[in-house]
Design a protein around this ligand. Structure first.
Ligand SMILES: Cc1cc2nc3c(=O)[nH]c(=O)nc-3n(C[C@H](O)[C@H](O)[C@H](O)COP(=O)(O)O)c2cc1C
Length: 462
């Protein structure tokens, strides 16, 4: 079966109906209304996907689009996107790694077979104000898309990354790029005075979106990795603007073809970010849109950036960090970044074999991604997902003068509000593992053989 956003919504309705809420009343997303509903649910500790069936455009007019939020609100929904009925974080991490490394070559199909070619507006006919864009937090500089961007390097490698975009006018968006692969593609083109062609995917099967946040090595094609994660070759169709020089996901909901303009900058933001704070207004890059096309009644995936769905959507990044740290230190059992209680904290558990391993594990994780600022390393008897256990290890196994290492001048996350420099950051590694080179008290436990022998229900009522 070809995976599309609609096949996933059908699966969700069937397998986990409590994970999907439909809102049939009209909402005005550019005026915070869809965000307020997602916010209201989160404040009640609820994270169902919310399908807004009637949404207005930037100017308050009715549209034929729908908006989906909280696609990644729970691990169960991420599991269903990956093809398993599980909400176990580590199981999902391992599955993402397995599927993406297996890969699947894309399949090219003809224009008339491509569902994404249901309607088309191009050139002067492009009017982005006809689409629903979303304001989430009070100070947002304008309404936004939170799409996945496809780009291509001169050697034909496709890159898939998540990049927010702010509405500027009928044909222009501002894009935010951290210094990663997309940014490097653009920098290389701009150095030659050229624009960078991109395809902006506003909705697809959630497995497609998840690949947008994988740290796929620059030598590997991300369309192939995406196919791996989806479990079949991604179907592609030639583009409207560049023909067979640029291939587009044929089963997407809506695609904007455009260019990141060389030597043009604009003011972007403020924007409520995944850090939980409103990020500053800054100079960003301008996208000019040349063509808009999509399915009839398309669904746009929106991510509320300050909320759980945004943090959870980073799970593939954690998978890459976990994999790289484990290459350095095979004794690593678990990591916990998504769910660690902060956007830049990573907790690693390992079966320590020699002194110094915790430091190597932490440094490998830190060098894998500038998303990691603080690393706490614990032994495998402590569950990184259990914050109380981690705090106990910190309290009882750490002497700050010897077990805390401060690193300076790391490339940080520009969005980190605590930075005192535009991008340079400090880092902290806390080794909360037990020493191997001196005695340490044993944990206070009931003897194991007695624990195993006692069946609670034989002693307690209810
Ligand atoms: C929901 C979500 C939104 C994101 N938004 C942005 C963004 O606006 N700009 C950005 O540079 N990275 C953003 N990221 C992170 C990148 O998508 C991610 O780091 C990706 O791996 C970068 O890909 P690249 O190295 O291929 O460019 C976002 C990640 C997620 C999960």
């Amino acid at each position: 079966m070809i995976l599309t956003l609609n096949t996933w919504l059908d699966l969700l309705s069937k397998e986990a109906p409590d994970e999907l809420n439909r809102v049939s009343r009209q909402v005005d997303p550019a005026n915070f209304e869809s965000a307020a509903i997602v916010d209201g649910l989160e404040r009640k500790g609820r994270f169902p996907a919310v399908l807004f069936e009637k949404v207005t455009d930037v100017k308050g007019r009715a549209t034929s689009c729908r908006i989906l939020n909280n696609t990644f609100g729970t691990f169960r929904k991420i599991g269903l996107a990956l093809g398993i009925n599980s909400d176990k974080r580590m199981e999902l991490l391992e599955l993402i790694l397995k599927k993406s490394s297996e890969g699947f070559s894309p399949n090219r199909i003809r224009l008339k077979e491509a569902p994404v070619r249901g309607f088309l507006h191009k050139g002067g006919g492009v009017d982005l104000s006809r689409l629903p864009l979303v304001r989430h937090t009070e100070l947002d500089g304008g309404p936004y898309f939170t799409p996945v961007v496809v780009s291509r390097d001169p050697h034909g490698r496709y890159n898939v990354s998540w990049n927010r975009m702010q509405y500027l006018d009928e044909r222009h968006l501002a894009i935010y790029m951290s210094p990663r692969h997309l940014w490097s593609y653009f920098a290389a083109q701009e150095a030659e005075g050229k624009d960078l062609p991109i395809a902006v995917v506003l909705g697809h099967h959630p497995a497609f979106h998840l690949t947008g946040s994988m740290l796929v090595p620059i030598g590997l094609d991300e369309y192939a990795a995406t196919g791996g994660v989806m479990g079949h070759g991604l179907r592609l169709v030639s583009s409207e603007t560049w023909g067979e020089d640029f291939w587009i996901p044929a089963d997407a909901e809506i695609v904007l073809e455009g260019r990141i303009l060389a030597r043009r900058r604009c003011v972007e933001g403020p924007f409520g970010e995944f850090t939980g704070y409103t990020g500053a207004q800054r100079l960003s890059w301008v996208v000019e849109v040349d063509a808009v096309y999509g399915r009839e009644n398309p669904t746009i995936i929106d991510i509320f950036p300050c909320k759980t769905e945004h943090i959870n959507a980073h799970l593939p990044i954690e998978a890459s960090i976990y994999s790289r740290a484990r290459e350095a230190v095979p004794g690593i059992v678990k990591t916990c970044w998504v769910g660690s209680g902060g956007p830049f904290n990573l907790i690693i558990s390992l079966n320590k074999k020699t002194e110094g391993e915790p430091m190597r594990a932490a440094m490998a994780a830190m060098s894998a991604s500038n998303f990691i600022k603080h690393v706490i390393v614990v032994d495998s008897d402590v569950d990184p997902e259990n914050k109380a256990e981690v705090m106990w290890a910190l309290a009882s196994r750490v002497q700050a003068d010897q077990d805390v290492t401060i690193l300076k001048n790391l490339q940080g996350q520009v969005l980190d509000p605590s930075l005192r420099h535009e991008i340079k950051s400090s880092g902290m590694i806390i080794d909360a593992t037990l020493p191997l080179d001196r005695p340490f008290p044993q944990r206070g436990e009931v003897p194991e053989e007695i624990r195993k022998k006692i069946n609670l229900s034989e002693y307690l009522e209810g």
